[in-house]
Design a protein around this ligand. Structure first.
Ligand code: MBD
Ligand code: FE
Length: 284
């Protein structure tokens, strides 16, 4: 039974702590050369100055911004803020050259090292886990069509209440997180449940911005994946379900038509999907 409630500050603290931890894939963030820092910092500040001049920003507005930014830090919500409102452009710019799958943002809730299974398996879930059962088949191939023996499909997603394990209380550590290793034919078959639409925490500083601006806090239901294989570019993506009311106004701007699933409802109430991944070889 869940006794603690999920709060923005608790999930923000988890996301911030994970980003900093030794086990984080981002532990070794590389130094940016001074010329590059100079150029980027100047350009960002120049864009802000221009907004202040154009909009004649007042001291009340400046102080509201200062208070809000302090609050984002206190709530540990910088990872959430950056992933919701900035990552999508970074992702676009860095994957524009790809011939294989379109990707999407990673978001704040990836955890490396989920339990590994073979090419066919059921993701860890609680007994009686709520949600429509989902059976997903597909393959991992290179852009030339070669199946990628040994490719890894890492899958993580929210439960039917929209909560992620390790970021909301009372959920087993690896719930709805699993890694699937394909064989020589590149094929996988993964059993899970369909996630619910997700509302970013409304009780923290990101929620304050959303309320103050009159926005909504929703992301459409989505499955997160990272697909990797030797000699190929890592694919980070999210997959979506047709008909979700937030497919067209995702708060994180991360939906692309190429990432839409085509679920087939089955007589027993479950759903099947077929969706395959094509990875780009690393160019020398
Ligand atoms: C999520 O689940 C997510 O995927 C993103 C991008 C931001 C916040 C929560
Ligand atoms: Fe998510």
């Amino acid at each position: 039974m869940t006794t603690e409630v999920a709060t923005a500050a608790a999930s923000g603290a988890s996301a911030t702590e994970r980003f900093h931890s030794d086990k984080s894939p981002y532990a070794a963030v590389k130094d940016t050369p001074p010329e590059r820092v100079d150029r980027l910092a100047r350009r960002v500040l120049e864009a802000v100055y221009q907004t202040v001049r154009d909009e004649k920003v007042t001291y009340d507005e400046f102080n509201a911004l200062k208070a809000w930014m302090i609050g984002v830090g206190e709530d540990g919500e910088w990872p959430l803020f950056l992933d919701v409102w900035l990552e999508h452009v970074v992702e676009d710019v860095n994957t524009a050259h790809r011939e294989g799958n379109k990707g999407s943002i990673e978001g704040p809730y990836y955890v490396p090292g989920a339990p590994e299974q073979g090419a066919k398996g059921t993701i860890e879930m609680r007994e009686g886990e709520a949600g429509t059962p989902l059976a997903w088949t597909g393959t991992v191939t290179s852009t030339d069509g070669t199946p990628l023996d040994g490719a890894l499909v890492e899958l993580w997603h929210a439960d039917s209440d929209g909560f992620y394990s390790q970021f909301a209380p009372g959920i087993p550590e690896w719930n709805l997180r699993g890694n699937f290793r394909v064989g020589a034919d590149g094929a996988f078959e993964i059993h899970t449940i369909q996630p619910a639409p997700y509302q970013i925490p409304t009780d923290g500083s990101c929620g304050k911005l959303i309320a103050a601006a009159g926005w909504h806090a929703w992301r459409p239901a989505h499955l997160h994946v990272k697909v990797s294989a030797p000699g190929h570019e890592l694919l980070t993506a999210q997959l979506y379900f047709p008909g979700d009311e937030h497919n067209d106004d995702d708060i994180a701007s991360a939906v692309k038509p190429e990432l839409m699933l085509a679920p087939q409802p089955q007589a027993d109430g479950s759903v099947t999907v077929d969706y395959s991944f094509v990875l780009d070889p690393v160019r020398g």
